[in-house]
Design a binder for this molecule. Structure first.
Ligand SMILES: [Zn+2]
Length: 229
């Protein structure tokens, strides 16, 4: 028996795939989401700069009426959208969605990036759910975050040296290296964790961590970097 709900889901899926919709609405909306995203094509779930899909935060199967709601659209990479999250959508006892939505809340309240390993761990049940549902520690993702961390650390030292010497072009080049790294969230985590009381522990295991912390804690450096990347 086909229920009204089932038929609404089918209708939403058909309309979502319609060629005229893809051309006139999907493509412009995808472009707008990319303009709004931090970094370059930054996936709202894993943070990697491979986002090329519109993900429905509340999947069409759960609420087809939100299929064409702008507020339900998140920029996502293919892996998060089609391989990991797919149609998953759980809510807690209060009806709050378990998946952290970075467009309306601070993901770092629920997620902690371990700078040494490149892995995310959940700080709350919703954080743990998000790590699992989006495969944040799957495959080579932690390796890639560690690599981005090391490249950004070197660029940060170059930026600091150029700043000391009053060389704006070199400062811009170093900032570009940071901005172009594939995981925007890694640098945000470094900025935040550097000013915590346990920063020495959080940065343990990272090459030249003392120098990094000196830079990230220097007066003016935090605000300059936050405004630039
Ligand atoms: Zn992703």
């Amino acid at each position: 028996m086909v229920t009204d709900s089932t038929e609404r889901v089918r209708t939403a899926h058909r309309a979502w795939k319609r060629q005229t919709f893809r051309r006139d609405a999907y493509t412009p909306a995808l472009g707008r989401l990319k303009e709004m995203a931090p970094g370059h094509d930054c996936c709202m779930y894993c943070g990697q700069n491979l986002a090329d899909h519109i993900d429905h935060y509340v999947p069409m199967n759960h609420d087809p009426l939100q299929a064409f709601s702008w507020l339900n659209y998140l920029l996502a990479c293919s892996a998060c959208n089609s391989r990991f999250k797919k149609g998953t959508h759980a809510v807690d006892d209060t009806g709050t969605p378990m998946l952290v939505n970075p467009t309306v809340e601070d993901p770092f309240v629920h997620l902690h990036l371990v700078l040494d390993t490149g892995e995310y761990c959940g700080l709350s049940p919703r954080g743990e759910y998000t790590v699992s549902t989006c495969g944040l520690n799957a495959d080579k993702r932690p390796d890639a975050r560690r690599h981005a961390r090391d490249v950004m650390s070197l660029a940060l030292e170059q930026w600091w040296t150029a700043r000391d010497r009053g060389l704006p072009d070199e400062m811009s080049r170093a900032l570009s290296v940071i901005q172009d790294q594939p995981f925007a969230g890694v640098f945000q985590a470094m900025l935040r964790q550097a000013v915590r009381s346990e920063a020495d522990l959080l940065f343990a295991g990272i090459g030249n961590n003392g120098r990094l912390l000196d830079i990230l804690r220097s007066p003016g450096a935090q605000s300059e970097l936050r405004a630039s990347v």
